[in-house]
Design a binder for this molecule. Structure first.
Ligand code: ADP
Ligand code: MG
Length: 255
């Protein structure tokens, strides 16, 4: 199909309010050819997806496909425990305009301060608003791209990842990356730059990113793209995980 006709089709689907079909029909057409789905099979797949997107069933499915390791909501977050986080700012982000504006959120700080909880809370909100969301640890997503080098599917995988509305990358910095992996991470961030939002959590401050990626230049290029349109939270409070334990130790000491 010619580019002009394709653009016209997209425009018409938009006018008809068939947002889901508009987004997936090309990818589904490719799949349909591969699986020899047939015209009616293809059409019913598109209509099924559009119907799902317009019903509540789609929310649960979106939460499932987002692959959160556990689900927690923003409402369950105790902001009084973590005063270094600006509650108002986080709650404002929950209106999800950052997703429409393709902005990023960077949650930086030591273990246990609630970075993953906040990332999941915002991710769940995005699922509820019917955005396409994926949660991955930094190591897993880089490993996934690294594996794709073997069968030269990296481009396709990066394209698919760039079509998500929100990509949550958790725990950047636990393991250092070799140059190939650092380069794949750079490609991922570049591909999503001004195209789709990233929420990233890390226990390392920016000046330590050179050692994560094994190269100051690539670290600077990654930071540059991530930070350009972003909301950065430097969380420097106590760990929620050890709060009760520390409390108990303290009580014991006092006895
Ligand atoms: P991080 O990702 O910063 O290491 P997590 O988000 O995994 O921390 O938090 C560790 C645990 O503590 C999770 O179960 C999380 O739900 C909980 N938690 C952390 N901070 C808070 C908070 N301020 N209010 C409620 N629960 C919290
Ligand atoms: Mg975490």
């Amino acid at each position: 199909m010619g580019t002009e006709k394709l653009e016209r089709l997209k425009e018409q689907l938009k006018i008809l309010g068939l947002r889901e079909i508009q987004e997936i029909f090309e990818e589904e057409a490719e799949k349909a050819i591969k699986t020899k789905l047939g015209y009616i099979g293809y059409l019913s797949k598109l209509v099924e997806e559009e119907t799902l997107a317009k019903t509540d069933r789609s929310i649960n499915r979106r939460i499932q496909t987002a692959k959160f390791p556990w689900t927690k909501t923003l409402e369950e977050f105790d902001f009084s425990f973590q005063p270094s986080i600006n509650e108002e700012e986080i709650l404002k982000l929950a209106d999800l305009s950052f997703v429409d504006k393709k902005e990023n959120i960077l949650l930086l700080g030591p273990p246990g301060v609630g970075k993953t909880h906040l990332a999941i809370g915002l991710g769940v909100k995005a699922c509820m608003a019917r955005y396409r969301v994926l949660f991955q640890s930094a190591d897993d997503i880089v490993g996934y791209l690294y594996a794709s080098l073997v069968d030269s599917t990296t481009g396709k995988k990066l394209d698919a990842l760039s079509r998500l509305h929100l990509l949550v990358i958790d725990e950047l910095g636990y393991l250092p990356m070799d140059p190939k992996k650092a380069n794949l991470f750079f490609q991922l961030v570049s591909k999503r730059y001004e195209v789709g939002s990233i929420i990233l959590t890390s226990n390392r401050s920016f000046d330590e990113w050179g050692s994560i990626f094994g190269d100051e230049v690539i670290a600077a290029a990654i930071i540059d793209r991530l930070v350009h349109h972003s909301h950065i939270f430097n969380i420097n409070g106590r760990s929620f995980r050890v709060k009760d334990k520390l409390g108990k130790t303290h009580e014991k000491k006092c006895l």
